[in-house]
Design a protein around this ligand. Sequence first.
Ligand code: NAP
Length: 314
Amino acid sequence: MEAIVINEFGSADEFYETELDQPQVTDDTVLVAVNAFSINPMDVAARLGMLPPQFSGNWKFPLVLGWDFAGTVTKIGQNVTGYQVGDRVFGSLPNDHADNNGSYGSYVVVAPETMAKIPAGLSFAQAAALPIAGGTAYQAIVENLKVKTNDTVLIQGGAGGVGLFAVQIAKAQGAKVIASASPSHHELLKQLGADQVIDYHQHAVAKSIKNVDAVFDTAGDIEDGLAALKAGGKLVTVGGQPTSEQLNSTDKNVAFQFTHATTPIYDSLAKLAIAGQLQIKLRTLPRSPDNVIDAHKTVEGHHMTGKFVIHVKN
Ligand SMILES: NC(=O)c1ccc[n+]([C@@H]2O[C@H](COP(=O)([O-])OP(=O)(O)OC[C@H]3O[C@@H](n4cnc5c(N)ncnc54)[C@H](OP(=O)(O)O)[C@@H]3O)[C@@H](O)[C@H]2O)c1
């Protein structure tokens, strides 16, 4: 199969295209032809060789990076039920995917519990944007923070891939949403439902915001988030590692979320998107090594708006 790969860890300019053996479907998995894939900060960390061994321990070069995919089922293991050849699906590969089983390849082998069907009305590019970022936002807002009607939620890093989904999912839960972002993103955040937007460059968020019920930190600014949180409230972070002092806070609950999204979360995200409650803000480019390089450099700049998706084929 054709794959966009790296031959060593390093800069984004390492990407090139080559032919590799296709990953082999097993009795419990499905072979998916990739129609689109999205780039996450995790892809950048992987390319730089910064992921811990539980991700990269068995990788060899040439290495196919990428976790998020949307594609078409082409072969089904004999123990798998509920799917047919030709189904449109989206999902994310295991953290420790094999070195030829990244989503920058033409085919991926997927466990059915880590993917879902793409409903009519959602494109491959839109679906490819959802898994890691949407799954992270959904798990944080709905499952970890249990945001409910009339809660006030602060979302730090509201304009990123995770943040834009989190703002909209919190609104869908009926919450009042405050988001931090650069001024160039304020209008978009308001359009997507944020009730209040704060420029974190001007001053610490907690200078003007106090006593929120819940904080979702995607930016790694845990101390500022904690200062805005009410006593008894909960902060979930995916952007930084809490210190032991923060984790042991007596009056505030602090947790690092290691996201594990599976089919029910992907189905919920797709439903929200189809219902118009989750707009998917995309920058999309056609598949080529140069465009993967462009996407990596953009995501590495830490000011991405929404998601960067590489479109392979319709
Ligand atoms: N633990 C997990 O399971 C998990 C899962 C997914 C992601 N993550 C991590 O979560 C983080 C966010 O992921 P992502 O995909 O959303 O990244 P992203 O799309 O690259 O996020 C970019 C956004 O971060 C914002 N930002 C940067 N510094 C900020 C600050 N100090 N305050 C507020 N906003 C700030 C930028 O906003 P402006 O341009 O408006 O300044 C930009 O919109 C990354 O560190 C990623 O590795 C962890």
